[in-house]
Design a binder for this molecule. Structure first.
Ligand SMILES: Nc1nc2c(ncn2[C@@H]2O[C@H](COP(=O)(O)O[C@H]3[C@@H](O)[C@H](n4cnc5c(=O)[nH]c(N)nc54)O[C@@H]3COP(=O)(O)O)[C@@H](O)[C@H]2O)c(=O)[nH]1
Length: 621
């Protein structure tokens, strides 16, 4: 611009119109020339700078990249245009505080990102972070952030933020493709290996065991050859579905290749956990299946190895399970084998026993024996305890110690104990009809059964059916029931309301105190046999027992001493106030036909001296 005006107002106007300098008259042309060259260069630089900024801005937009600067002292946060755009261009973009920015971070991520920023102002080494930004209720955007301090000023924090949502999604997809078996949707071999490494590390750290169950279909090649590969694929998909149905949440199943599958069974305390999984696989897989209008009954062979005893790393463990699987095939297929053959024998024995026990009620193999409970004050039979026995054709008379726990585990305890309740009540009603005096019947109820709400109805129906007065039935439950009540005593209350008596069995073996029993609606404490043995060896025990008996009686409960085997025990018990005893001294558990004789006896002499009068009988167990 050339002008002859040189007053300050004109100079201002010239600058406002875009002038970037001025020369005064008379014009010094060499200097003017230099000034023009300088202006041209400055304007070129400015244009280049603008272009660079535009390029940088475009590059940032394309890369989903933005940056921010936070002045901790004034709490002013400035953001780049692109970050502003990523944040949905908030209205207050020119007066942002750190809090405004954090409001757009996913609530679950806020705390850790905040602590990273603050710790950087406090001199901690800057840490990168990945977190989610939520913008205008759209799906979260995942960003990667790098931060640092401004040179020589820890109170100014600079941060770059890059949108990595797409990258994360791609990684996830790649992982999914690599880690999922495309045909069956199960975990792939690659994922299985990775998972195994993790599980081995964790098991070593926690000193835990796990089992590797290696499963191979029998005759899969024949299916492929005769029905075609598509049908073979369908079969594999079906097997995968069945395996997934069988497993517990903590187990992990993968398809290793072709018709080979592997299951990791966690938290195994004994060999039976893996044997149960293997049995369920054999059963489920063998269910009929329609493929190509043909019915198949797939079969498989299974090898089982345990960490750490059969292998401490991935390779040795897989090798052990694989070799066990071949031994299952060699033994005739569609079965399982452990890497250690003796475990297979034990597991098969247990399975056999379980199957026999399941069938035992239908086969009418149980019988009840009755052990007398003697009132030593009045010298008469106070009651009998029904004790179950299993008369097995090959095993002989099996003790309840050997099958009650099994019955609980395989879920037949309720039907077994319902049978016991009914049989015992029928027996009592028969004795009552025969006018054998009124004594009570005690029946053991397992903790599992006691917690079932339908127990109440079952007992009520049985009493009605057998016409037994409720006060003559006593249910014996162990201390463990008391310890796992969690304050829920409804079953106790309902049964007591019906008129039934409740006894705490094996008292003294658990940790219930009299104080804890104080609030329980019970009628009787049965002192465990070990306490009675102890009592004779340790004077303090007998004092303690005397206190327990006194306190229990004061609370209105009767006390039965169990396992009384000799007269010395009997005398001490009588001395400390015990009124009812049960044990081999008076009688072993008897056949039902032996009880009427016991009901007729007078036991008063047993305590007062004439021991020969105390009938020590018992033909049974
Ligand atoms: N849930 C159920 N449990 C039951 C049932 N029937 C029995 N059982 C429980 O099995 C355990 C073993 O019972 P058993 O082999 O019948 O032994 C009982 C008695 O024979 C034995 N006993 C009795 N007197 C003496 C003795 O003087 N010495 C001695 N060494 N043993 C003796 O004690 C067993 C009775 O115990 P308890 O039930 O605690 O009163 C046993 O835990 C039974 O409870 C059932 O139907 N359901």
């Amino acid at each position: 611009m050339i002008t002859g005006l040189e007053d300050s107002k004109s100079v201002d106007m010239a600058f406002e119109s875009g002038a970037s300098g001025f020369v005064v008259k008379p014009v010094n042309y060499p200097i003017l020339l230099q000034q023009i060259k300088f202006q041209l260069r400055a304007s070129n630089n400015a244009r280049n700078l603008l272009e660079n900024q535009e390029q940088l801005s475009s590059a940032q937009r394309i890369a989903g990249f933005g940056f921010w600067r936070w002045d901790a002292l004034s709490d002013r946060l400035t953001v780049s245009d692109n970050l502003a755009e990523m944040m949905g261009n908030p209205k207050n973009i020119h007066q942002l505080t750190l809090k405004d920015f954090f409001e757009q971070i996913h609530p679950d991520d806020r705390e850790f990102v905040y602590s990273l920023v603050i710790s950087t102002t406090e001199g901690a080494p800057p840490q990168p972070a990945e977190y989610r930004l939520i913008v205008n209720n759209r799906p979260a955007m995942t960003v990667h952030q790098e931060i640092g301090c401004a040179p020589n000023n820890r109170q100014i924090i600079l941060g770059t933020v890059q949108d990595i949502t797409q990258q994360i999604a791609t990684q996830k997809r790649i992982r999914q493709l690599a880690y999922t078996d495309e045909l069956t949707g199960l975990a792939s071999r690659a994922y299985f290996y990775k998972h195994m490494e993790d599980i081995i590390k964790a098991a070593k750290r926690r000193d835990e065991r796990f089992a590797l169950v290696y499963l191979d279909l029998d005759g899969f090649k024949d299916v492929n050859d005769s029905l075609g590969h598509d049908t073979g694929d369908e079969l594999l998909k079906k097997i995968a579905e069945r395996l997934e149905m069988i497993l517990r949440d903590t187990d992990f199943v993968a398809r290793l290749s072709g018709d080979e599958f592997c299951i990791l069974v966690d938290h195994v305390n004994d060999q039976y956990v893996a044997a149960d999984v293997a049995n369920r696989c054999l059963e489920e897989i063998n269910k009929p299946l329609m493929l190509n209008a043909r019915e198949l009954r797939p079969r498989c062979s299974i090898g089982i190895a345990h960490f750490p005893e059969d292998g401490e790393n991935l390779q040795t463990l897989l090798k052990a399970a694989d070799s066990a699987m071949y031994s299952a095939k060699a033994q005739g297929r569609h079965r399982y084998a452990f890497y250690q053959p003796e475990l297979t024998i034990q597991a098969e024995k247990r399975l056999w026993l379980e199957q026999e026990l399941r069938a035992a009620i239908d086969r009418d193999q149980f019988e009840l024996h009755y052990q007398p409970q003697i009132d030593i004050v009045r010298g008469r039979l106070a009651g009998v305890e029904a004790l179950v026995r299993w008369r097995h054709p090959d095993l002989g008379l099996v003790s309840p110690n050997d099958f009650i726990k099994v019955a609980e585990r395989i879920g037949v305890i309720k039907s077994l104990e319902n049978w016991i309740l009914e049989t015992a009540c029928y027996q009592l009603s028969q004795w009552r009809q025969e006018k054998i005096s009124d004594f009570k019947m005690a029946v053991n109820i397992s903790p599992i059964h006691f917690h079932e709400p339908e127990l109440y109805n079952t007992v009520q129906q049985i009493l009605q059916k057998t016409n037994v007065p409720p006060e003559l039935l006593e249910l014996e439950i162990t201390e463990s029931v008391v310890q796992n009540l969690d304050g829920n005593i409804t079953m106790f209350e309902q049964l007591r309301e019906m008129g039934i008596k409740i006894a705490i069995d094996d008292f003294g073996t658990g940790y219930s105190s009299l104080a804890s029993l104080k609030n329980l609606p019970i009628d009787c404490l049965k002192i465990d046999r070990l306490f009675i043995i102890d009592m004779m060896e340790d004077a303090d025990s007998s004092i303690l027992l005397g206190t327990i008996i006194g306190a229990a009686q004061a609370l209105g409960n009767s006390v039965i001493a169990e396992g009384v085997e000799n007269r010395e025990q009997l005398l001490v018990l009588r001395g400390i106030g015990c009124e009812i005893v049960q044990g081999f001294y008076f009688s072993k558990p008897l056949f039902p036909e032996e009880i009427p004789n016991m009901a007729k006896k007078d036991f008063r002499n047993a305590v007062t001296g004439n021991v020969t009068n105390a009938p020590i009988i018992g033909k049974t167990s």
